[in-house]
Ligand binder design. Structure first.
Ligand SMILES: *Cc1c(COP(=O)(O)O)cnc(C)c1O
Length: 427
């Protein structure tokens, strides 16, 4: 598409947008002047669906009227509540229902999965991850490695971009996997790097990891609900994601976990267990000796956090109504492409502002990361002051993520105007 830098053009794209009505289903926080803010932070916390409150209230009512009986009675018995989310979650990540479960929070799930899928031996004990991964992932791996009596400096191998580059080349990732060979136990990478917005080639990484006998997993915090995923077909071993970024399920909302079907009937796989992962036909017989449910559900520890699960169910319903990931992705490529076009048009020298997210749409999702070499913090404060909500990542990156469910081309145009004003003023 040939973009034009005019309000008319942006409005024309909005008028043609098959997803335009979905914005009405979200609550948009006000800007300082009372208008709707330009919310470009759905990569950090997605907006509140209008249906979220009613979904939680329904469960408050069940608790009020049924109390403990709510586990078995009412329209949505709590006992089986997590199953209500299985199919929609499976579609979000390209999995079979038996391969997914919604439980806990993201970092907790990462630990639970690493317990099972990082099983080092004396010779095969290395873990490969991207350098500069989200801190929680770094700390999770560091402590998992220490827990096995290993030295993180020796066991953890980090991939870094070539000098002068900001993102990783797939060829370099694959070469490192081959080089580590028999010493490589597990690969854990983001599906999308939170800082640069780069999408990694999960299919190729998984294939290369399996070729050397390693387990391969992804943290999909920035990928779930953002880009199409095919975890089952890519043959990924394990993955987890959060529900509060692109899946709009509220602060600290529940997380999802994926375990490939080939492990569905592997009760022998090492894991940390709890009663909710016990075979549900016999769970309440309270027997000695752990017998897991089939599939990912066998990794559950505790009975479900119903209030947040209910909100997640409501948010997933919007995702489904929009036509799922393929429909969202079509709009997303245009929205992010339009933002890139408007920023590129400013012709700022690299020494001032540089987009470090890959230009190739296949290698990015919604987010663009702007590396601002001078006055980055001032620009960020300026954006927030005029109602553009993005986020700041130390030392000098502003992340802006137009989200296809609720952002408009006009939103993007207006952000472009604010950036243009800043660029000229600073000249
Ligand atoms: C957002 C994010 C987290 C957050 O973890 P929580 O356990 O949900 O607090 C972890 N890892 C990555 C890669 C993230 O983007």
């Amino acid at each position: 598409m040939t973009f034009e830098p005019t309000l008319d053009f942006a409005r024309q794209l909005d008028a043609q947008d098959p997803l335009r009505d979905f914005r009405q289903q979200f609550l948009i926080p006000p800007a300082p002047n009372g208008d709707d803010s330009l919310y470009f932070c759905g990569n950090s916390l997605g907006l509140q669906p209008r249906t979220a409150r009613a979904a939680a209230e329904q469960q408050f009512r069940n608790w009020e009227q049924l109390a403990v009986e709510g586990h078995f009675k009412g329209e949505t018995p709590w006992m089986h509540f997590h199953k209500r989310l299985e199919e929609a979650s499976a579609r979000v990540v390209g999995a079979k229902p038996v391969e997914v479960v919604v439980m806990n929070n993201l970092t907790t799930n990462l630990h639970l999965l690493l317990i099972s899928f990082y099983q080092p031996t004396a010779t095969r004990y290395k873990v490969l991850m991207e350098g500069g991964a989200f801190p929680s992932d770094q700390y999770a791996l560091e402590t998992q490695v220490r827990m096995r009596g290993l030295d993180p400096d020796d066991a953890i191998v980090e991939l870094v971009p070539r000098p002068g580059e900001h993102t990783l080349r797939t060829e370099d990732i694959l070469a490192k996997i081959a080089e580590l060979g028999d010493s490589l136990c597990t690969i854990l990478m983001g599906g999308i790097n939170y800082y640069t917005g780069q999408v990694y080639d999960m299919a190729a990484i998984t294939e290369a990891g399996h070729a050397v006998g390693a387990m391969v997993g992804f943290d999909l915090a920035h990928a779930a609900g953002n880009i199409p995923l095919h975890l089952h077909d890519w043959d990924v071993d394990f993955a987890c994601w959060c529900s509060y970024k692109y899946l709009n399920s509220g602060p600290g909302g529940v997380s999802g976990a994926f375990v490939h079907e080939r492990f569905a009937d592997r009760p022998d796989l090492v894991r940390l267990a709890g009663w909710w992962g016990y075979d549900d036909k016999e769970r309440f017989q309270m027997k000695k000796g752990f017998r897991p449910m089939r599939g990912a559900a066998g990794w559950q520890l505790s009975n479900g956090a119903i209030l947040t699960l209910a909100v997640h169910e409501a948010a997933l319903a919007i995702h489904e109504a929009a036509g799922g990931m393929e429909a969202l992705r079509r709009k997303s490529e245009l929205l992010t492409g339009y933002l890139e076009f408007l920023i590129t048009r400013l012709s700022l020298p690299k020494s001032r502002l540089e987009i470090i997210t890959p230009q190739d749409p296949a290698q990015r999702g919604c987010q663009l990361s702007l590396l601002v070499h001078q006055g980055g913090r001032d620009l960020f404060e300026h954006l927030m002051g005029v109602g553009v909500i993005g986020d700041w990542r130390e030392p000098n990156v502003i992340r802006l993520a137009p989200v296809p469910l609720y952002n408009t081309f006009e939103d993007v145009y207006r952000v472009g105007q604010v950036l243009a004003g800043w660029a000229h003023q600073a000249e």
